[in-house]
Design a protein around this ligand. Structure first.
Ligand code: GLA
Length: 389
């Protein structure tokens, strides 16, 4: 059953009355612009058609009660005026968002709801940001204030940084909050200004999930961030966004080989991301694919955040004639890659790349075409069915 039906059905049984709101918040893939967001650079993600759903109703008191169907029906309950750590790990995202919203002065109303999704957790498709933006949408719906993409994304990130304790950048929350169907988002991570860029006609994006998982907290993510800051400091710029190859080469002797390579990735990746958006605007899928390939090689060799499974699945994709480009997506180390392919050959691509990966690694992948979808949305029930709100 689809998650939308699952939450609606469970809500009828579990809530004290019928749900009055339905919230959907998508996962994302990043087409290009990896490990550039915390360097105040550019990213080009798209929201996907896999999402977290919440069916909920407003409460008249200050309590939030939620049930997570994908965690065996585990429940949590907390009062908004006394937020404390502890309880199921997923409930920290609910409390963290409530905490960040209240810190920013948003008046919050309690609610009760049922949560479920079809977004794999910890796979690099941004399940954390999807949950944060779903919860922010739920609070916005029951508390009666409007949806501002930038504000909500920043508060979601604050919840993740300060309550959950993961030092992520702003990309995931921005695309979950502000994605648009059929389009990717070119985002300037310094100003948070964004434009939507249509996917070139005739091609599809395939998610290649290696099945391997690695949490951000335990990964080398924070170490990469620190190395980027070291490079920026050595180059005398606020962030690597402000550096070019000339300055990098001039400072090479002072950087050390590893930090030099980290910076080389970021500087190159920012340029590739802007070129990719231009290629998309021209409808040039070949060029977009070429840039995605270059991005993977740079992440693998210079930034060193790929991994054996990601490299294997990307190589299988590269070898297929329908492939225009392929790369790891998200923080890296494990999880998912994406491929840009000729839309008409999606079925054979998915089957053959899965076969290739199985043969090379002995592991079972999951490959599927994904569509660019809208960002976090809420519908209210008036009369028979849900209507936009
Ligand atoms: C994770 C983080 C993002 C971004 C990517 C790497 O997804 O949450 O902010 O840094 O890694 O591009």
């Amino acid at each position: 059953m689809e998650p939308r039906e699952r939450v609606m059905e469970a809500a009828e049984r579990w809530l004290a009355g019928r749900p009055t709101w339905l919230v959907r918040s998508p996962g994302r893939v990043n087409l290009i612009g990896e490990h550039t967001d915390y360097n105040e650079g550019f990213v080009l993600p798209m929201a996907i058609d896999r999402a977290i759903w919440i069916a909920l109703r407003r409460r008249t008191d200050e309590w939030v009660r939620a049930v997570a169907l994908d965690f065996g029906g585990e429940a949590c309950a907390f009062p908004l005026s006394r937020l404390e750590k502890g309880g199921p790990a997923w409930s920290e995202y609910l409390k963290g968002v409530a905490w960040a919203l209240q810190q920013a002065g948003f008046p919050l109303q309690g609610w009760e709801g049922v949560i479920a999704g079809d977004l794999p957790i910890g796979a690099g498709l941004s399940s954390s940001a999807a949950l944060e933006m779903a919860v922010a949408r739920a609070f916005a719906a029951v508390s009666g204030w409007g949806w501002d993409v930038k504000t909500m994304a920043l508060l979601g990130r604050r919840a993740e940084n300060e309550w959950v304790g993961v030092q992520c950048g702003i990309m995931d929350q921005m695309i979950c909050a502000g994605g648009a169907a059929g389009q990717a988002m070119l985002l300037d991570c310094r100003t948070l200004e964004f434009t939507h860029v249509p996917l070139p006609a005739g091609c599809a994006v395939v998610v290649l999930d290696t099945g391997t998982r690695r949490g951000l907290v335990s990964s080398a993510y924070n170490q990469r961030r620190a190395q980027c800051q070291m490079a920026a400091d050595a180059l005398g710029v606020p962030a690597l966004r402000d550096a070019g190859f000339e300055a990098l080469e001039a400072a090479a002797g002072r950087l050390g080989a590893e930090v030099y390579r980290r910076a080389r990735h970021v500087i190159g990746e920012n340029a590739r991301t802007l070129q990719a958006a231009e290629a998309m605007r021209r409808g040039d899928a070949q060029e977009l694919g070429r840039l995605m390939n270059a991005s993977h090689i740079s992440l693998r060799d210079d930034f060193e955040v790929s991994g054996p499974a990601l490299d294997a699945v990307v190589e299988c994709a590269w070898e297929h004639p329908a492939c225009l480009g392929a790369r790891m997506t998200g923080a890296g180390f494990a999880g998912c890659a994406i491929a840009l392919i000729d839309e008409g050959r999606a079925q054979e691509f998915v089957e053959q790349v899965a076969d290739c990966f199985r043969r090379r690694t002995g592991m079972e992948p999951l490959a599927y075409v994904c569509r660019a979808s809208d960002g976090a949305s809420a519908w209210t029930f008036q009369g028979k069915g849900p209507s936009g709100a």
